[in-house]
Structures are given as structure tokens and as C-alpha cells.
Write a protein that binds this ligand. Structure first.
Ligand SMILES: Nc1nc2c(c(=O)[nH]1)N[C@H]1C(S)=C(S)[C@@H](COP(=O)(O)O)O[C@H]1N2
Ligand SMILES: [Mo]
Length: 516
């Protein structure tokens, strides 16, 4: 039987309700982003929501957070968040078919989530609400504008060409306008670019650039360079977008169990005497053989001096450090007040800190893992007691007193590499910051440990390069390394996971040697 053709009102199903919602949604997202860039230095609501998701991640995931949030994973989080938003936009669009109010409820809900995310950010200001408001207004206005032709059409025969054209026009104009606003926003107020410029122009008296001491480098190709460049230095943090802080806006408050509270501006900080030293920084999540460790020359102001000036009260045993992004850690007071070079660092390898490494000021404490000491973008130091604080990582089960463990790594040969049989140079790095590495030993195919040659380093706070030439017959081989610390500790071969206080075990590399 042939279909009967109706001439009555078109089924409203066939109207582009969903595209209208999606379009309005994208427009609102763009205006909120643009407003955030123009008005504030803070994250746009979209980014703030991603930050909120990270905060709310279940405890089970927490000990893997650092590895989850490599750059690629941040991108993945953004993509997922974007897709979820698109779904909400589509739902708003579809609901508008029943009633405008239902659609408005969806927009209001999304705005509320954005508002919460923005307001739980550390140190938010009233300004931060504006981008959310801009987004909500855009959603409501653009959606209403797009709905008009649809509502007309709903009671009528199929959209005539004229009405289709109107819809298309509105759609195109909206898209163009939002793209325009977003681009303008970028051009006007990209906070990161501004801070990048301030950073490049910043000259700090007393910061010097020095090449590594020649004796620290053994000259064996394939070993990690003794000095890690800023570009090669690992990045480990829980932020979604690195905080962008102008030096002139930076303040540090030292308070809590002190005689005198101190508030320091950036200028006040860098007008103090600077200390400079080579220090190896390691992350507790580093696996045996992993790359979450680096060695740089840091310049900054000694924390022991600042704490002495503030006057630490009896009974205090730690300093709770808080970063601009709200991340915090508690550092044993002893490590900050003894004679080691624990500092508020303002420069890395002779240049102002890179933004992702904590610009303008971060803490560096020789000998402690980063999660209890190396606060980036640090803005608050509270002298307190361990039994009074819960911090980001320690509340998730990672160790509280966290000396960097004795460790060693083989850099060459690489796993699976094929080398000519005969004399094979094996080398890598070993570290036990603030204790020092006394010797490094290598074992081929489970035979006896043989001592490697070590680079000569300026202090016990840095890693050492090691190298050894082995006589290797043709065939498959396994080489392993262990270090001995200056305090007599021999690196254990017992394998353990990074959690809670750092991985243990010897690094082993399988390679093959072929007859020339
Ligand atoms: N604000 C902030 N500071 C932080 C972190 C963080 O997540 N947020 N991570 C810490 C950890 S776990 C480590 S290992 C070091 C890494 O410093 P880097 O990224 O400069 O290598 O920073 C520490 N400082
Ligand atoms: Mo870390």
C-alpha cells in the first residue's frame, strides 16, 4: 500500500532541535572561555571543571594520578569532558521541543557545575564568576533565538526554504560570532603569553649561569646528560593548566607557629642573598629505571634563613606548603632548617623558572621526594605539626617523611639493543640526594659485581654518572646495576612498587652482542 501523505503540521521530530541545542551550547562555551581570558588570570570554567573532576577522582585512582596526568592524559580528560558537554547540549536541544523551561533547566545546571568548579579553586575572586555568567547568558539567548524559527515551524507544514535559510543564517552568524569572540579573547588576554613575556624579560640579580663541572661528565655517549635542561626535565603535577602568576602579583605568607608572620613580595624575596646549587629532584612515583628524576642548578633564597627570621615556635615539626593552584604538601621542618640548601627557588639552570616548573617561585629541598617538598607556584608556608595536617599526596597513602631512595639506572645499552661483541661500554646515572653515592657496581649475566667509574660531582645533593667497559661475548645478555651510598647502604635487589615511599630493586637491561 502506498504511504498516505499528510498535509497537516509536520512531525516536530523532523526539526533540527538537537543541532540548535549544540550550537547554543558551543556558543556559550566560547563566550565563557573568551570572558575568562579577558577578565581573569584564572582557568576558564571548562578547565576548572576538569580540575574539579581530578579532585573528585576516587581514592583508588589517586596513587596513579601523576602517571595518569601526563600531557596526553590531560588532553584525553578535556576530550571526554567536551563530549559529555556535547551530550548535555543535545539533551537541552531536544528538551526544548517540549518546553523552553526544561532546556533552560539544563543550561542552569551546567552553569551551576561551572560555578562550583570555579569557586572551589584556591584563592578565587568575584571576577571568576563572570565567565560562567557570560556562558549562561549566551546559552539562553542564542538558544532562544534559534528556537523561534523552529517553534514557528512546529505548528506548520515542513520548513519552507525561507525558514530554512533563516535558521542557517542564525546558525552561521552565531558560529562566526563565537569564533570571533574566542579569537579576540585570545588575542587580548592570553594570560600565559603575558606571563611568558614577563618571564623572558625578567632579570634577577645574583642568578648566574654556569656550565656543569667538567669532571661530572664521563663522556660516554648514551648516558643521560649530567645537567638536565628545562625542556628535558620531567614534569609531575596535578594541575590541568599550569598557574600563570605575574611576579608583581606574587606574595608569600609565612605564618602559623611563628613569632612574626612574614609576607614577601617577589622583589623583596629576590633582594635577599641568593644561594645557588646543583640539586637532583626525584618523584616518588618513579619506577625502577624510570625518568622521573632530573638534575639542575637552582638559585633561590634559603628557607632556613626565612624561618629563623619568622621565629619557629617550639613543638612545630613541619611546614605546610600551599601552591597557587591549591595543591599542598607538608615538609619536615628539620629538612628546611638544617644546613642543606633548601630554598625558595626562582631560577633553574640560570634562568627564571619555566612556568610548568613553578614560575615565579617554587621550593626545592635536597634529599626529599617532590611530593613532600618541591611545591611549585608556592604562595603559603604554614609552620605547623604533622598531626594537624592532611595533604594532597599523604592523604592518599604516600609517605610523609620521604627521603629520596638510593637508586641507579642503566642508560646504555638500551633494552633490546644489539651491540658488537667484545668491549661494551655500559653506563647510566645513580642518585641518593643529600647522602651521596659512594660507588656503583655492575653485574653481567648474574656474575660478580664489578665497580664502575664515577663522575666527580660538586656535592652529595646530585646524581652521578657511572660507566664501565665489560668484555661481552656474542649472545643474549642481562646487565644489572646497584649503587652503594656514602652511609654504607647497599641498594637492595628486592623489588617494590613506588607506593608508598619509592620503588626499590635493581635496574636490569637485556641486550644482545653480535660477532663483528
Ligand atoms: N603545585 C604543585 N606543586 C607540585 C606538584 C603538584 O602537583 N602541584 N607535584 C609535586 C611532585 S609530586 C613532584 S615530583 C615535583 C615535580 O617537579 P617538576 O614538575 O618541576 O619536575 O613537584 C611537586 N610540586
Ligand atoms: Mo612526585
Amino acid at each position: 500500500m502506498p504511504q498516505v501523505r499528510h498535509n497537516g503540521p509536520v512531525s516536530t521530530d523532523r526539526l533540527p532541535w538537537v543541532p540548535a541545542g549544540v550550537l547554543a551550547g558551543l556558543a556559550g562555551l566560547a563566550t565563557s572561555h573568551a570572558a575568562a581570558m579577558v577578565l581573569t588570570l584564572r582557568d576558564a570554567p571548562f578547565v576548572a571543571v576538569a580540575g574539579l573532576i581530578v579532585r573528585l577522582v576516587p581514592e583508588v585512582l589517586a596513587d596513579r594520578l601523576e602517571r595518569i596526568f601526563g600531557q596526553g592524559d590531560r588532553m584525553a580528560l578535556f576530550v571526554v569532558e567536551f563530549l559529555v558537554l556535547l551530550a548535555f547540549f543535545a539533551v537541552a536541544g531536544q528538551l526544548a521541543r517540549d518546553s523552553r523551561w526544561k532546556a533552560a533547566a539544563v543550561w542552569a545546571f551546567l552553569a551551576a557545575v561551572g560555578l562550583v568548579a570555579v569557586l572551589v579553586q584556591f584563592g578565587h575572586s568575584p571576577n571568576d564568576v563572570a565567565p560562567v555568567a557570560a556562558g549562561l547568558m549566551t546559552w539562553l539567548a542564542v538558544h532562544a533565538a534559534l528556537l523561534n524559527p523552529l517553534r514557528v515551524a512546529a505548528g506548520e507544514p515542513p520548513l519552507v526554504d525561507h525558514e530554512r535559510r533563516v535558521f542557517l543564517m542564525v546558525a552561521l552568524m552565531t558560529t562566526a560570532a563565537s569564533a570571533g569572540i574566542a579569537l579576540a579573547g585570545r588575542a587580548v588576554g592570553n594570560a600565559r603569553r603575558h606571563v611568558d613575556t614577563s618571564r623572558r624579560l625578567l632579570r634577577i640579580d645574583g642568578v648566574t649561569r654556569r656550565p656543569p663541572p667538567p669532571a661530572a661528565t664521563l663522556g660516554l655517549p648514551g648516558i643521560t646528560p649530567w645537567q638536565t635542561t628545562a625542556e628535558e626535565f620531567f614534569v609531575a603535577d596535578t594541575t590541568i593548566a599550569a598557574p600563570t602568576i605575574e611576579p608583581q602579583d606574587w606574595r608569600l605568607r609565612i605564618h602559623g607557629m611563628v613569632e612574626r608572620e612574614l609576607i614577601l613580595t617577589f622583589d623583596a624575596l629576590v633582594s635577599r642573598p641568593l644561594t645557588e646549587s646543583w640539586i637532583t629532584l626525584a618523584c616518588v612515583t618513579n619506577e625502577v629505571g624510570g625518568g622521573q628524576v632530573g638534575n639542575a642548578r637552582w638559585s633561590g633564597v634559603r628557607l632556613a634563613d626565612l624561618l629563623a627570621e619568622a621565629g619557629v615556635q617550639a613543638g612545630a615539626d613541619c611546614v605546610r606548603q600551599t601552591s597557587h593552584d591549591g595543591w599542598d604538601c607538608a615538609t619536615p621542618l628539620a629538612a628546611l632548617a638544617d644546613d642543606r640548601d633548601a630554598m625558595l627557588a626562582v631560577a633553574m639552570n640560570g634562568r627564571p623558572l619555566p612556568i610548568e616548573h613553578g614560575f615565579p617561585v617554587r621550593t626545592i629541598v635536597p634529599g626529599l621526594f617532590g611530593h613532600v617538598s618541591a611545591a611549585k607556584w608556592v604562595v603559603d608556608l604554614e609552620v605547623t605539626r604533622f598531626d594537624e595536617v592532611e595533604t594532597w599526596w599523604t592523604s592518599r597513602g604516600w609517605s610523609e617523611q620521604a627521603p629520596v631512595r638510593l637508586a641507579s639506572r642503566i642508560d646504555t645499552p638500551r633494552p633490546g639493543e644489539q651491540v658488537p661483541a667484545g668491549e661494551v661500554a655500559v653506563g647510566g646515572v645513580a642518585w641518593h640526594p643529600h647522602t651521596g653515592v659512594a660507588s656503583v657496581e655492575v653485574s653481567l649475566d648474574g656474575r660478580r659485581w664489578e665497580p664502575a667509574e664515577l663522575g666527580r660531582v660538586p656535592s652529595d645533593d646530585t646524581w652521578v654518572q657511572w660507566a664501565i667497559t665489560l668484555d661481552v661475548p656474542a649472545g643474549e645478555h642481562l646487565v644489572r646495576v646497584r649503587a652503594v651510598a656514602r652511609d654504607g647502604e647497599v641498594q637492595t635487589g628486592v623489588r617494590s612498587e613506588p607506593s608508598p615511599d619509592g620503588a626499590t630493586g635493581w635496574h636490569e637491561v637485556e641486550f644482545s652482542a653480535a660477532e663483528a
